[in-house]
Design a protein around this ligand. Structure first.
Ligand code: MLT
Length: 245
């Protein structure tokens, strides 16, 4: 396990510079909903996921591939992008839709956080759905770890911070030392306050309110489930695959 004092939390995509992740391990968190959709897709048999920062990068990659091999996936401000095969609801990533496919994934904050973390030695994508897979993977790390919360357009998101706090709670055995970093203390404290009722807290979050009119009813409830999948999305050469597969 990483030394608890070497675990930091960044609270949004705008809260760090690329260089700050060089040589570290990064866990990218976007509970609502990119991390949850990516985790679900890999669990349901997607072959690989190529995260991109914007629509133009998505099209460039799509143009190099055979139409039958890929799906264009993602959202802008919560809504499926026109012309894309799938939006960003985990419910869309069913086995019969994604099995064997390469998903080109483009979201407002989540995939931007993944791309911005590219100087990290190792990138994982984590959420409540695959919490234990992330914890198991971190057992092999004694380097510095950053829990990168995607947030929303530069702002903190309670759901991402809660998941960072949940990881810290598990890693520290529920007792965070005074020597822990400030970011770790904030995330841990939030989890102590709301960890007993994740869905209650997350369903009242800014992003849940934003999504209320836009997405299927079950999305928030599903994204709050803990340890639904034994999947470890990990990055190699710009591509996410299931490292537990
Ligand atoms: C994002 O990347 O900002 C989110 O995943 C947005 C969403 O909930 O679709």
């Amino acid at each position: 396990m990483p030394e608890i004092n070497y675990i930091d939390v960044f609270f949004s995509v705008h809260a760090f510079q690329e260089e700050e992740l060089r040589g570290k391990t990064a866990v990218i968190i976007d509970v609502l909903r990119a991390s949850s959709s990516i985790t679900t897709a890999l669990s349901n048999g997607a072959k690989k996921i190529i995260p991109v920062a914007d629509m133009s990068d998505a099209m460039k990659i799509a143009n190099t591939m055979d139409q039958k091999d890929f799906l264009l996936c993602g959202e802008k401000n919560g809504t499926k992008i026109e012309g894309y095969h799938l939006g960003n609801s985990p419910a869309e990533y069913e086995p019969e839709v994604v099995k064997g496919k390469t998903l080109i994934f483009n979201t407002t904050n989540g995939t931007k956080a993944i791309k911005k973390s590219s100087l990290a030695n190792q990138i994982y994508v984590g959420t409540f759905l695959n919490q234990d897979s992330i914890l198991n993977a971190l057992k092999d790390h004694d380097d510095e770890v950053v829990l990168v919360c995607s947030g929303w357009q530069g702002r903190l998101s309670i759901e991402d911070t809660l998941f960072a706090g949940s990881l810290l709670h598990a890693i520290s055995g529920g007792e965070l030392p005074d020597s822990a970093k400030d970011g770790a203390k904030v995330a841990f404290g939030l989890f102590q306050k709301f960890g007993d009722d994740l869905e209650g807290a997350i369903s009242k979050s800014d992003h849940a309110k934003r999504l209320a009119e836009l997405v299927p009813n079950g999305d928030i409830e599903f994204c709050c489930k803990v340890n639904e999948f034994d999947v470890l999305p990990g990055m190699r050469d710009g591509i996410l695959t299931n490292l537990n597969g």
